[in-house]
Structures are given as C-alpha cells and as structure tokens.
Ligand binder design. Sequence first.
Ligand code: CA
Length: 178
Amino acid sequence: MSRGTAAPVTTAHRRVLLVEDESDLARVVKRHVEDIGCQVRIAPTGESALEAAATQEFDLVLLDVMLPGIDGLEVCRRLRARQQYMPVLMLTARSSEIDKVLGLETGADDYLVKPCDPTEILARVRAGARIVTLARELDEACAEVAGLRADAEVHIAEIERLNRTPAACPRCGARVAA
Ligand code: CA
C-alpha cells in the first residue's frame, strides 16, 4: 500500500487515449506525450474512442471536440455515463466551443484551446496522472475501511454471542445465564 507517504506521481506507463481526427496533429501530440513516458493510443473518431475505452482502461483522455460522426462532447458524455472514472481533457479549436465544453452536462475536467502548446498539454497530462492516482488511492482506502467495518461487525457479533452464552461454574459445571 502506497498511502501514508507522499510518493511522487509519475507519468511513466500512464495510458493516454488521444482522440483526434487530424492525423498530423495526432502524431505530434502523441510524440510529446510519449516523451514523458506515457503510452498513447490514437482514436481518429468518436466511435473508435468509445470502443477503445470500452475495452481498455485509460489514465487520461485527450479529446478533440470537432470529430466526424459522434463529436467530442457526446463522447465525453458517454464516457461519463460509465462506471470507470477517467479524467477528460477537451481540445477545442474555437473559443465558441468553450462554453459547450464547460457546460456541466459534458463532464469534462478541463480544456485547452488549439493550437495547444506542448508544455501546456504535458502539464495537464501530469495533473491528470495526479488526479487518477488520488482517485485510486481513495478507492483503495474506501475498500480498506469497508473491510475493517466487516471485521468489526464479525467481532461484535461474536462478543454478543459470548455474552448471551450461559457461563459455566468452574467448580460444579452448573450453567448460569449471563
Ligand atoms: Ca478535429
């Protein structure tokens, strides 16, 4: 268990889903994000992004808004409707999209306006890695608390059972109700 000490959060081996239909841009962003140790899977459409997210767990989704077919806002909504939490960083080309991105119903965690500065993207990827680490630690802590509570309930039940058990006299063996 890693809790208790503030272990540095690393981006190494983090799985990033990059949803971007412009292949040149996707390649550039992929290279930058791979440079900090992440594994990047590119999905060129909303459909392929949802498919990828259904079969694999990601630590972060970089999601372009303007996509052919299902757009980024809808992809974000559908990802949010699933159980697994993944931080979603929306990439918008137009400032007019920002209002939609920030609309509460999409559930995006953050956004960047394209063209994005690589250092800005990497800063957000690192922030996403921290969020997902904290979320997992919280899940672990909740599971641990649930386990402790279940143990305590077993112990309390046992104590109550013993309290109800008539005690036997150590000399004559006679049983006396508690
Ligand atoms: Ca696009």
